[in-house]
Design a protein around this ligand. Structure first.
Ligand SMILES: *Cc1c(COP(=O)(O)O)cnc(C)c1O
Length: 384
């Protein structure tokens, strides 16, 4: 018995990165390793991504960036999220490249960057200022400045003693959809982004590296690749949406994570016997129940039952009764040869085994949620 495992297939990660690179020509690739690399393990994924051709990495918090720097990862790291003021000195120390979109935040960064700039001067490096990327909100409604403020903010950044504009970016919010109004909205976002860039150039400012696509845009909008794409979910082997998967069937992805649990016990139940909390399931006939040592505390949401099936010895069986914190139960029938300590595949890359996207669909979730939800107590086993 191995117990619960999230096996991380690094060769699949490399395969996915190759697929993405084939699609973006000479543009750079930024791999999103936020949220512990979507649950896969941030440091191991970051190293493998760089080895496989990623030019830069991205995190969402300063603490996530710190972990990568502590692991001696030297590549540029974009900081997707805004931080609180207390974290800004740490972001600068870690050389995390922040997205900025207002003068208050830019001022705070400029102040903290003084020590960085001094240190760079001392080493005699060519670039003395601290790089930031200007984020434009072209319709995501999350973070970013208005398109019409781009030129002002770009010049504000470059007038800061310790900062320079190293890039401009935006984020698309329906780029994984094929609905006509979504396509129109996305084209409008791309247009607004181009306009912002033009305005900055017109003001005599170099906009730096331009990027706007995450996985959705990378797949569906070749006109939005610009100088770099920022992909997450594709790297981990999943499409950002069903529509994207259907329209890009030639884009071959391999799931990186495989989640298995062990059958920790098997018992026979009689017709009418109930299983688990709330007695929501009763046996329609005599059958065998396999108990797995995995539950919602490991990241298998209760809402996945009914619906979730696990694969044991190549065949799928339904999870029955409520999923508990540490265990769940599977109806394995009376006929099939299944033994205690067998592996049950919950999702992954094995034949006949469903993907995290299919699991997610049962509960109206997305693969991102399932992957990032696999909790820390499930050991990550690296398969080279
Ligand atoms: C998370 C994130 C991405 C990556 O998104 P995927 O859909 O996983 O490719 C890219 N850009 C930003 C700003 C993000 O927050």
């Amino acid at each position: 018995m191995k117990g619960n495992q999230a096996r991380i297939y690094l060769s699949n990660l490399e395969h996915n990165i190759r697929q993405i690179k084939k699609n973006i020509g000479k543009a750079k690739l930024c791999v999103s390793v936020k949220a512990n690399a979507y649950g896969h393990g941030d440091i191991i994924v970051a190293r493998k991504a760089v080895e496989s051709g990623a030019d830069c990495l991205a995190v969402s918090s300063v603490a996530e960036g710190r972990r990568l720097r502590d692991a001696e990862i030297k590549e540029p790291i974009l900081l997707f999220g805004l931080t609180v003021p207390e974290e800004i000195p740490e972001a600068v120390r870690g050389n995390l490249t922040p997205f900025v979109c207002d003068t208050e935040y830019i001022d705070a960064l400029n102040k903290s960057a003084a020590s960085y700039v001094q240190a760079m001067r001392d080493t005699g490096a060519a670039v003395h200022k601290f790089p930031v990327h200007l984020k434009i909100d072209t319709g995501m409604g999350r973070i970013g400045c208005k398109s019409e403020d781009a030129a002002f903010l770009a010049s504000y950044i470059n007038r800061c003693e310790n900062l320079y504009l190293a890039g401009m970016c935006t984020h698309l919010c329906v780029s994984d959809s094929l609905e006509p109004e979504d396509i129109e909205y996305t084209q409008r976002q791309i247009r607004l982004f181009r306009d912002s860039v033009e305005a900055v150039k017109k003001a005599g400012i170099n906009p730096g590296i331009l990027h706007c696509s995450a996985s959705g845009g990378t797949l569906m909008y070749p006109n939005a690749v610009f100088d770099m794409v920022r992909t997450g979910i594709l790297v981990y082997g999943y499409f950002p949406s069903e529509q994207a998967a259907e329209c890009r069937t030639s884009f071959n992805l391999k799931p990186v994570m495989e989640l298995t649990a062990s059958v920790v016990g098997i018992k026979t139940v009689e017709k009418g016997d109930s299983v688990s909390y709330g007695r929501t399931w009763t046996a329609a006939q005599k059958t065998r129940i396999a108990t797995l040592g995995i539950g919602y505390g490991d990241g298998i949401p209760r809402r996945l039952c009914p619906g979730l099936h696990v694969n044991i010895r190549g065949k799928n069986y339904p999870v029955v009764g409520r999923i508990c914190m540490d265990q769940c139960m599977v109806d394995i029938g009376l006929e099939d040869e299944i033994e205690r300590w067998d592996d049950a595949y919950i999702f992954g890359c094995q034949k006949n085994c469903c993907g995290a996207d299919e699991v997610a669909k049962i509960a109206d979730m997305i693969s991102y949620e399932i992957l990032t939800g696999i909790s820390a107590r499930v050991p990550r086993i690296i398969v080279p």
